[in-house]
Every structure is written in structure tokens, then in C-alpha cells.
Design a protein around this ligand. Structure first.
Ligand code: SF4
Length: 354
């Protein structure tokens, strides 16, 4: 189809230069959580699987759930190659370059934007949330972001950006808005005030009461089942005032290790850091528009704060409680259960951003 004469082209997304969010801190402490069923272990390529099967026939295989090749897990939910000391057998025997690409990358990611490749980090990992971590070193982490041929590659590319259903914006307009939001977080403004959206908006065709029950009933004997049931308990607490009866605490071993190595931080610091990375990663642009992302983040932030409050009431250290809560809201937030909820959130037009 012919383009209108004056129609501006969206600038092309690129992976260079590599950019890190000012203030982002991360190093791998080997807490071992990333090598467990906090997420699907993969995907891996077929050639990677062939190589790994030479080490262990149970290395992995094709997963109908993920529709891809994935690493296998042992009965405790850990990867087949995860050793009792939380080290990777592939890494230990053959060096880090022999690990599947996805293993070398997590919790890092790369999103290609018109300004360059933004390095992103996942907060489900206590190496990202707990303890004293150095500023993220672009040159160092670049080695985790390359393929086997040494080329940097992006996990995602930015397309059109929209503030709300009817308000497209250019990338440079977005950068201006984002810079102000990140500056507010840096100045210590509460993340809920920076997001400035109503948590628990109306849901098309459903209610928060039903959703809380659905999430609680999704408990299935796995660690993820515990996480989603906790999420449901928190929704019920916040929307109906019913005191939670938590189903347990998922993946606590890794948090035990992380707590032992970590000087204390405040929960507010962890939440602020998470929201800053959610904004910086531009993950929100996959969910239609920023107005929807604000409603989603306001809701999951409130859930994370409630879980933290409950755990602190049980004498759990504040930063650990917040890190466990962030794990829960991140893994549930990335699941199909939440994708449906988010896409049915009734979101009004964007209120003016501060
Ligand atoms: S292959 Fe190694 S790094 Fe990858 S998930 Fe398994 S234990 Fe972890």
C-alpha cells in the first residue's frame, strides 16, 4: 500500500549502543534460583539439546506446554544439571560458554530500541533484588548477551508506542516522559505515586472476587502453584478484607542463601527498583498501551506490598519479604493467568503524567 507523502517512518530499533538504566545494580551470587522451575528452563535449541544429551540422557526434550525444546527438571524442580552445591554441572565441567544461551543470559535481557539496546533485568532472581550489588557493568554483561557466534542479539524489538488506546507517541516523546518518571523514583517518590493509577480496576466479564478464588484454586502441588495461590490470597485480602491463609512460601531455599549473604535494604528500595526496570524494559509496550501497564503495575505493586506486610508480621526480614513478594508478582505476572486479566482491565484514558 502506498504511504502518504509526509508520513513519518518509525525509527529503526537497534541493539547498539548497549545501554543500562542508571542505578541498575546486578551481579550473580549463584543463589541457584534461576536454575529451577521459577520459569520454564529454556527454550534451548535442538543442537544444544543434542550436546547436553551426551552428558545426561535426561537433559531435556520437546515440551508440549512450551511448544519448544526445554531442559529437564528433577523431582525438586531444579534443572537436571543443577548440583547440590547450586552450581551448574555443564559450567563446572566445560566452562560457561557451553551452557545454553538462555542460561548465560538470565536474568538479563536486551530490548532493541531506536536509541540502542537496553539491558533489562528480571526481579524474580534474588541476585537482582537482595544484597550489595555493584552497578551493572555494560562491558561485563555484554558477554552474556551474545549468541554462539559472538553477536549481540535482542529478545524484543520496540514497535509503536501508545500512552493509551488513542494516543500514539514517538520514541523521543516517550523518553522525555520516562526520564521524568525514573527521576521521581530516584528522588524517593513512592512508586505507587509515580505509577499514579487505580489498582484493581474493573475487569470485563469477571470480578476480583472470582479471580481471587481462581488463583487460589490453581494450587497444584508445584512451587508455581504456591505462588499463584499466595497471589490469590493477597487479592482476596485487598479486595474483600479476608485475612490471608498463605499456602506456604515458594522457593525459600534460594532466599535463605541470599539473606545470609546480604546486608539489609528497605522494601521501598526494592519496589522502586522493580518499577524503574518495568518502565525501562518497555515490556509494557507489549500490553497494548502505557495506561494499561499503569493499572497492571499499580495492582501488582499493591499485591507485593500486602504479601510483604504479611511476611514482616511473621518476623521475616523486610527486604527478604519484599524480594519473595516480587518473585511472586513477577512469575504470576508473566503467566497466562495474568495475561488474560491484564487484557481485560477496563482502563480509562491516560491521566496527565506528572
Ligand atoms: S544448564 Fe546449568 S545454568 Fe542452565 S538451568 Fe541447568 S544448571 Fe542452570
Amino acid at each position: 500500500m502506498a504511504k502518504k507523502k509526509n508520513q513519518k517512518k518509525t525509527p529503526k530499533s537497534k541493539v547498539r549502543p548497549l545501554l543500562s538504566r542508571p542505578g541498575a545494580q546486578y551481579t550473580c551470587f549463584g543463589d541457584g534460583l534461576c536454575c529451577t522451575d521459577i520459569h520454564g528452563l529454556g527454550p534451548i535449541t535442538k543442537p544444544e539439546l543434542v550436546q547436553l544429551r551426551k552428558l545426561d540422557k535426561e537433559a531435556g526434550g520437546y515440551s508440549e506446554d512450551f511448544e519448544d525444546y526445554m531442559l529437564g527438571t528433577a523431582a525438586d524442580g531444579g534443572c537436571t544439571f543443577l548440583m547440590p552445591d547450586q552450581k551448574c554441572a555443564v559450567h563446572a565441567q566445560f566452562g560457561p560458554e557451553h551452557k545454553p544461551d538462555g542460561c548465560r543470559r538470565f536474568p538479563l535481557g536486551l530490548v532493541a530500541t531506536p536509541g540502542g539496546g537496553r539491558i533489562t533485568t528480571e526481579h524474580r532472581c534474588p541476585c537482582r533484588t537482595l544484597g550489595k550489588r555493584p552497578d551493572l557493568d555494560v562491558d561485563e554483561v555484554a558477554q552474556s548477551l551474545v549468541d554462539r557466534g559472538g553477536r549481540i542479539y535482542a529478545d524484543r524489538r520496540i514497535g509503536r508506542l501508545k500512552l493509551d488506546k488513542s494516543k500514539p507517541i514517538s520514541f523521543s516523546q516517550w523518553v522525555e516522559i520516562e526520564t521524568e518518571l525514573l527521576a521521581q523514583l530516584e528522588r524517593g517518590v513512592a512508586p505507587s505515586a509515580v505509577i499514579d493509577a487505580q489498582p484493581f480496576p474493573e475487569i470485563s466479564g469477571n470480578t476480583w472476587k472470582n479471580l481471587a478464588e481462581e488463583f487460589i484454586e490453581a494450587k497444584d502441588g508445584t512451587q508455581f502453584g504456591v505462588a499463584i495461590a499466595w497471589f490469590g490470597e493477597a487479592i482476596r485480602w485487598l479486595t474483600q478484607g479476608k485475612t490471608p491463609r498463605p499456602p506456604g512460601r515458594p522457593w525459600t531455599d534460594a532466599f535463605d542463601r541470599a539473606e545470609r549473604r546480604s546486608p539489609k535494604r528497605t522494601a521501598a528500595e526494592l519496589f522502586s527498583d522493580w518499577i524503574a526496570d518495568e518502565i525501562w524494559s518497555l515490556k509494557w509496550s507489549e500490553h497494548a498501551h502505557f495506561a494499561r501497564a499503569r493499572a497492571d503495575l499499580a495492582t501488582r505493586l499493591e499485591i507485593a506490598e500486602a504479601i510483604t506486610q504479611h511476611l514482616v508480621g511473621l518476623s521475616v526480614r523486610e527486604d527478604r519479604a519484599a524480594a519473595e513478594a516480587l518473585l511472586i508478582v513477577e512469575v504470576v505476572g508473566d503467566s497466562d493467568h495474568w495475561t488474560d486479566v491484564r487484557s481485560n482491565m477496563k482502563v480509562k484514558k491516560t491521566r496527565a503524567l506528572n
